[in-house]
Design a protein around this ligand. Structure first.
Ligand code: ADP
Length: 246
């Protein structure tokens, strides 16, 4: 309808504006960061050890906050960017493994054990590699943060008639059932350092892939998140495999 198209045009204009503002914030932020680095170096040359420690701490806090702003802006821009997935056949287990490799540093100092179960028979699915790695990154990070005091993250791949899926099970605190819908909302976060954009991005990418997300959670016990990706070959089978001329 006309109302809908006006609304979507308005949203489009708004998101362009927001992207512009977010982008503009990047430059001064960068400059602040450089000046903080210079300040840090100057402080390093001070004679008074007491003042040195105190000033270093102030600069440290400022730099951390700048890094946080930077993350928020980058995630925000990513969330706005329209995305047509470029789909190629991939083994989801390999994409999970490559994501874990990228997260090596974040995983290193944690008391989190990762158990994977990737049966060889699982077929590849047509997905956008970058986007799906982003999905895995976001959900693994959530599991990691949920198990701050250590725990086990199980990651498995499964196959059914229509889907190949990745299930991630953590034994963190779980999600309040009343909040299950809210976790996909932008800026919903229960973390002091969260951006609240992770699950929104996960949902959007899964939707763009024609996939599904299922969350089973027990408050206080843990969360099992299943990401289902539609099988291209399943669709072909439904349509009937191409016949050979005989
Ligand atoms: P952020 O991680 O920045 O908070 P997300 O959108 O990724 O943003 O997640 C939103 C919220 O969903 C989290 O703050 C947390 O409360 C909840 N959540 C997501 N994954 C899990 C999980 N595995 N265990 C417990 N809570 C979770």
């Amino acid at each position: 309808s006309t109302a809908e198209s006006i609304e979507s045009e308005r949203l489009h204009a708004l998101s362009l504006l927001a992207a512009g503002v977010a982008h503009e914030i990047g430059n001064p932020l960068n400059s602040i960061n450089i000046h903080l680095q210079l300040l840090d170096r100057e402080i390093g040359c001070l004679e008074n050890e007491g003042a040195k420690t105190e000033l270093k701490e102030l600069v440290d806090v400022s730099r951390k906050e700048v890094a946080r702003l930077d993350t928020i802006i980058r995630q925000f821009l990513k969330a706005l960017r329209p995305s047509m997935p470029e789909r190629k056949p991939h083994r989801l287990s390999e994409l999970v493994e490559e994501t874990l490799e990228v997260m090596k540093h974040e995983l290193k100092d944690r008391r989190m054990l990762i158990e994977t179960d990737f049966p060889a028979k699982i077929p590849p699915v047509a997905v956008d590699e970058t986007q799906v790695k982003q999905v895995f990154f976001n959900v693994i990070k959530n599991a990691l943060q949920a198990m701050d005091d250590g725990g086990i993250l199980k990651i498995e791949t499964h196959v059914s008639d229509r889907f190949v899926s990745v299930a991630l099970e953590d034994n963190g605190p779980g999600i309040d059932p009343d909040q299950l819908g809210a976790i996909y909302e932008p800026y919903y976060t229960t973390k002091t350092e969260g951006t609240g954009l992770g699950m929104m991005i996960v949902q959007r990418i899964m939707r763009d892939h024609g996939g599904e997300i299922e969350i089973n959670t027990e408050f206080g016990r843990g969360t099992r998140l299943t990401l289902r990706f539609p099988r291209e070959d399943a669709r072909l089978n439904l349509l009937g495999a191409p016949h050979h001329n005989e």
